[in-house]
Design a protein around this ligand. Structure first.
Ligand SMILES: Nc1ncnc2c1ncn2[C@@H]1O[C@H](COP(=O)(O)OP(=O)(O)OP(=O)(O)O)[C@@H](O)[C@H]1O
Length: 325
């Protein structure tokens, strides 16, 4: 049986904002199911407008946030297995994060090479300083940097792009099976974004590592991805092979997003005016996209759509593919 590197089942996360009585409930992630095949390393992009739940989903995969319900399995093991303290290192050896702002990933008072050596030694990837040196040199070389150029330097002596490369090198030290990169190019000059994204493609094969690439930058997502997950208001509304989605977007929202890709580096919210997410919309029946959808029919506004499998690996949450039944 084919195994999945990542399996997400009926995953939800709610937040309460405001007081006990007048507070509101935000469903940041709403019953998400997703399977990322583990037969070869993959890059899966999670795309969707601001507030659609991408970061909350990523934080749950990184165990930085607890789900309200549902579960996540990594290589068949439920993430709850790693809750115990003694399994913490085991988790960090398998899953590594890359965050949006590399300047907040490193303290300004510590040299960046110290971080790399500490990661190698603390995660017991290297037993001696010499071994750590060899590993650190190797990962830096893989991201286009050399140890003697970064040694003894502080974060503010690097550009954002260089520092993000160092974050990527650090994430590679334990040779994880999954790297979760949340908006890793958002703070980097547009002209350099493609270099980082190309690096993911190269490292995927070199280190046999899967990437979850969370982004607003649709053009890089569509360029780099093997799989694309589109989120809309907490729901996963389309998931599948990137080529299929590129050639034949099946959800009207994905169609809209694809139409809005103008050129590399441009974010869609520069092109599309999106209505604010209203709390009351969470309680409404029917498809959350219905009010903006040019194909919407009565049923779309009254009943929640079911998942339709266009092929075994291509899911869409839309009545259109069910002949509005
Ligand atoms: N800790 C929290 N407390 C309350 N609400 C939260 C919290 N974290 C996220 N939310 C809400 O959950 C929803 C999803 O947020 P999330 O950050 O996951 O979206 P996103 O797609 O990553 O957006 P962005 O691209 O702007 O980061 C938003 O309405 C957000 O305000």
């Amino acid at each position: 049986m084919a195994h999945n590197i990542l399996e997400i089942n009926n995953l939800s996360r709610q937040f309460k904002i405001g007081g006990m009585l007048l507070g509101k409930k935000i469903v940041a992630v709403d019953k998400v199911d997703l399977k990322l095949p583990g037969d070869k390393p993959q890059i899966m992009s999670i795309v969707g407008e601001s507030g659609c739940g991408k970061t909350t989903l990523a934080r749950m995969i990184l165990r930085l946030q607890e789900p309200s319900s549902g579960d996540i399995r990594l290589d068949g093991t439920p993430l709850s297995h790693y809750d115990k303290r003694q399994h913490r290192k085991e988790f960090l050896k398998k899953v590594q994060p890359i965050f949006q702002n590399p300047f907040t990933s490193f303290s300004m008072r510590k040299t960046v090479d110290t971080y790399l050596f500490e990661t190698a030694l603390n995660l017991e990837i290297a037993k001696t300083k010499q071994e750590a040196q060899r590993i650190v040199s190797e990962v830096l070389h893989s991201v286009g940097l050399e140890l003697n150029h970064i040694s003894g330097k502080y974060p503010n002596q690097f550009s954002g792009g260089e520092l993000q490369r160092i974050s990527i090198a650090r994430a590679l030290i334990p040779k994880p099976s999954l790297i979760v990169a949340d908006e890793p190019v958002a703070m980097i000059d547009a002209s350099l974004r493609m270099n980082i994204v190309n690096l993911f493609k190269k490292l995927k094969d070199e280190y046999k590592v899967n990437f979850i690439y969370i982004t607003h930058d649709l053009s890089t997502a569509y360029y780099v991805s093997d799989y694309i997950a589109t989120m809309y208001r907490g729901q996963l509304i389309e998931f599948g092979d990137a080529r299929n989605i590129l050639n034949k977007p099946s959800h009207p929202y994905t169609e809209l997003l694809l139409d809005s890709i103008p050129r590399v580096g441009k974010k869609w919210n520069e092109d599309m005016v999106l209505p604010d997410m209203e709390d009351k919309e969470y309680g409404l029946n029917g498809c959350k996209f219905a009010n903006r959808c040019m194909y919407a029919q009565d049923i779309c506004r009254s009943i929640d759509p079911n998942k339709v499998y266009i092929d075994p690996e291509h899911m869409v949450l839309c009545f259109k593919h069910n002949d509005y039944k």
